[in-house]
Design a protein around this ligand. Structure first.
Ligand SMILES: Nc1nc2c(c(=O)[nH]1)N[C@H]1C(S)=C(S)[C@@H](COP(=O)(O)OP(=O)(O)OC[C@H]3O[C@@H](n4cnc5c(N)ncnc54)[C@H](O)[C@@H]3O)O[C@H]1N2
Ligand code: MOO
Length: 475
């Protein structure tokens, strides 16, 4: 990013909520190498005129009156979206293990075999029968994967590998490092006392056939895949991923190259699909429809998806077609505006077909807000996934709030604290791109040290760098 770019990003917009963590950039300090500025950590900053006295954001929906009354409180909106998802009858599918990651089990995982399925050597060493010393059985080693090697007569020993079947009549396994071979006498001597059963994993130690290993609704994680395979599964019965179609609205959007002549790049087409996939959805398509009410009506009423997600067109501008199209399509509005900043024009509707539509506002961070407020709980419900327990963490710096509405503010976790990020204005993604979560700031704001609920971003644990990693170039 060039100095000029960062200055233009820093210009305080009149759509910002007031206060130190509002979307405007920090003042030009001149001595930054650009990285902290680009990552935009919010700290206390001098009064730049956007402080609490100025609240240029109208309360909700562009003004007081009917809009304000219509807006659902943020927690209520999330709850309603989750309920809508859970109300739908989930589709189940039997899928091969390598397609099941991240899905939810639609039935308990019951062991299809004993684990271990035979008495197994836990160590490389010697299988012995009875008290020593033992005469060496002269037929080589028993290796993992070998079949039945016949019983071990009392007073004999045979070499055995970790994971190999224990021969019948074996009383113990002695680790190689705990025994000596008398080659001349062809005998094995133990260096220490031998306890019956030592280093033998008995059949069924972990589970018996039919034991319930995991309940229905467990999320399929990599260890679940491993456990399922060990317990004999080739496929798992899971709730199908909800199918989503994304309709990107706006004649002003370019799919490539640089902005020109009032046209801008589509920031949501490339972002929403991958984000929804990270939330467990199957994305059927992302289509750009421009500002064409007819095309939108056709797309909404003929979509094969369980959930249609639109971007833009949720407000009341001359080409904002989402509400009129939903009316014409006979849809029922379940949530129409939410008392949250950014993103308050977001909506959730049930279509005449029983499928759902999530209308995300066009401003990019407002769309993220709609994604986390409505799409995430809806998809979670449709996929049969339980809600994660909410968690909170102390915020490092003061964060000004909206007088009436919840704010969602991009943050990074650092030293067990949440550090709010700049560039959090409705039209900006720069703060969110550096974030690992969004903090939920209640109406009225938060003081340094206050605990705030955090919505983790799905890739939070994958981030290869943190904003303290100032050694990297951020271009
Ligand atoms: N009179 C009022 N006007 C607006 C209000 C209001 O309360 N009263 N609310 C503002 C807020 S807040 C938002 S958010 C937007 C929501 O509007 P729409 O959902 O109808 O979105 P658009 O008008 O289509 O676009 C808004 C903004 O976002 C840009 N945009 C749209 N799509 C994309 C995209 N795919 N990639 C990048 N940028 C996109 C678009 O060009 C506009 O700048 O309404 C406000 N107006
Ligand atoms: O405040 Mo809007 O919902 O721009 O983002």
């Amino acid at each position: 990013m060039t100095g000029r770019d960062s200055q233009s990003a820093a210009a305080p917009g009149n759509e910002q909520p007031p206060g130190p963590s509002a979307g405007a950039a920090p003042p030009d300090t001149g001595d930054l190498d650009g990285v902290d500025e680009a990552l935009a950590l919010v700290g206390p900053r001098p009064d730049d005129g956007t402080g609490p006295a100025a609240d240029p954001v109208p309360p909700t929906g562009g003004g007081p009156g009917p809009h304000r009354r219509r807006a659902a409180a943020w927690p209520a909106a999330r709850a309603r979206a989750g309920q809508a998802g859970h109300a739908a009858v989930p589709r189940t599918r039997r899928v091969p293990l390598d397609e099941a990651l991240g899905q939810v089990l639609a039935e308990p995982l019951a062991a299809l075999c004993d684990l271990p399925s035979f008495d197994t050597s836990a160590m490389d060493g010697w299988a012995v029968a009875g008290p020593g010393p033992w005469t060496l059985r002269g037929d080589g080693s028993i290796l993992a994967g070998h079949g039945d090697s016949g019983p071990l007569p009392d007073g004999t020993a045979v070499r055995i590998a970790t994971g190999a079947r224990i021969p019948p009549e074996t009383t113990a396994v002695i680790r190689s490092e705990h025994a000596r071979v008398d080659a001349a006498a062809q005998q094995l001597h133990a260096d220490r006392e031998v306890t019956p059963g030592q280093d033998i994993r008995p059949r069924g130690q972990e589970c018996r056939t039919g034991d319930r290993l995991l309940p229905a609704l467990a999320v399929v994680t990599p260890p679940v895949l491993g456990l399922a395979a060990a317990a004999g599964y080739d496929e798992l019965l899971t709730f199908a991923r909800p199918r989503v179609e994304i309709l990107v609205l706006g004649d002003e959007l370019l799919a490539s190259s640089l902005p020109h002549d009032g046209l801008i790049r589509d920031a949501l087409g490339p972002m929403i699909g991958p984000w929804l996939r990270a939330l467990g959805a199957e994305v059927l398509a992302t289509r750009r429809l421009g500002d064409d009410a007819e095309a939108l009506h056709r797309a909404v009423t003929t979509s094969e998806a369980d959930v249609v997600v639109t971007t833009g067109g949720t407000a009341a501008g001359p080409v904002d077609h989402v509400h009129p199209v939903l009316r014409k399509a006979g849809a029922e509005l379940l949530v129409d505006q939410v008392a949250v900043r950014p993103g308050h024009p977001m909506l959730l509707a049930r279509l005449a077909t029983g499928k759902y539509l999530v209308g995300l506002p066009g401003n990019p961070l407002a769309a993220v807000s709609g994604l986390l407020t409505l799409a995430e709980p809806l998809l979670r419900g449709l996929a049969g996934r339980p809600a994660p327990a909410p968690y909170s963490a102390p915020v490092k710096d003061e964060v000004h709030g909206h007088p009436h509405d919840t704010r969602l503010v991009p943050v990074v976790h650092r030293d067990d604290q949440l550090v709010p990020l700049h560039y959090n204005g409705p039209a900006m993604l720069r703060g969110t791109a550096a974030a690992d979560g969004l903090a939920v700031v209640p109406p009225g704001g938060a003081r340094a040290g206050d605990e705030l609920e955090v919505l983790d971003l799905p890739w939070a644990t994958l981030a290869p760098w943190t904003p303290s990693d100032t050694g990297r170039c951020f271009t």
